[in-house]
Design a protein around this ligand. Structure first.
Ligand SMILES: N[C@@H](CCC[C@H](N)C(=O)O)C(=O)O
Length: 277
């Protein structure tokens, strides 16, 4: 545990976006404090605080802020759409600004307030096999895997299955099988989607490094792209996840994702908890 003295508490916040829950640590003005060990300890819902992802805000020289993500098991994530929306709302509330630029590992993303909601341009989808990434060259629109899923990258990998009824899928049972499928060298998030109409999808998700979550923003983007690519839906869809609704809009400048955010509480991590992490 670097850059926080052994005698001081570490402030954190708890947020969620459509039930996808996050710990947020604002490290602007100091060196980063989050490590794999801290993320894994904090992500433990019995011994820590518990979260789907941890988001650390840092000062930036190219955008309003820099943002890094960890999953509950301490692994890094290249994208986290719902956490990005929650961080954007936190910054908008602080600055009074309705727009924001956020640098993540996939570049600078734009955030916009949309009434009580927040919209994020999650960037262009990655459909080339080596961008998702996959372990070998295959047709990413129709993977050589039972169930004919599609692979889409959104700064993180997604394996999207289209099923008759997503509510009948044993996500806890089969999600882990595909998370570590050999076709995904960095493992993958796994989505199960059923098409309700040309502009509505029901989706459930098993997240890489975390497990079942109530929502997944990058997963919603990947699902909307894969459905549109197959001609199942238009470029703009509403998506119902277990924790609420997101709106996806596939535009020339990227995939825009809009949804709710909620601040839950603020807390302090004690030196006793931080010691040795
Ligand atoms: N819940 C996130 C996705 C988080 C990262 C994912 N588990 C991964 O490892 O890629 C979202 O809202 O995008």
């Amino acid at each position: 545990m670097e850059h926080v003295s052994a005698q001081e508490n570490l402030r954190f916040m708890k947020w969620h976006g459509a039930g996808n829950d996050f710990v947020m640590i604002d490290s602007r003005g100091r060196k980063p404090v989050v490590s794999k060990g801290l993320a894994a300890a904090l992500g433990d819902r019995n011994r820590g605080v518990g979260f789907d992802q941890l988001a650390e805000i840092r000062s930036s020289d190219v955008a309003d802020i820099d943002l890094d993500f960890w999953n509950a098991d301490g692994s890094r994530a290249g994208a986290c759409g719902n956490a990005t929306r929650c961080v954007a709302r936190y910054m908008m509330d602080q600055t009074g600004k309705a727009t924001l630029t956020i640098r993540t590992s996939r570049g600078v993303l734009e955030a916009r307030a949309d009434g009580d909601l927040v919209s994020i341009n999650m960037g262009q989808p990655q459909t080339a096999w080596n961008e998702v990434p996959l372990a070998q060259e295959v047709d990413t629109a129709h993977l050589p895997i039972d169930g004919d899923p599609a692979a889409v990258g959104m700064g993180n990998p997604h394996c999207v299955f289209f099923v008759e009824d997503a509510d009948k899928v044993d996500v806890a049972g089969i999600g882990p099988e595909y998370e570590k499928h050999p076709l995904f060298p960095e493992h993958t998030n796994v989505e199960f989607a059923s098409i309700r109409s040309h502009d509505e999808i029901r989706m459930r998700v098993w997240e890489r490094g975390t497990g079942i979550t109530l929502a997944c923003g990058s997963g919603a983007c990947a699902t909307a792209v894969a459905a549109h690519q197959r001609g199942l839906t238009g470029p703009r869809v509403r998506m119902e996840l277990d924790g609420g609704w997101l709106t996806l809009d596939i535009r020339d400048d990227g995939v825009w994702m809009t949804g709710p955010t909620a601040f839950v509480f603020e807390g302090q991590l004690t030196p006793a908890f931080l010691k040795g992490l």
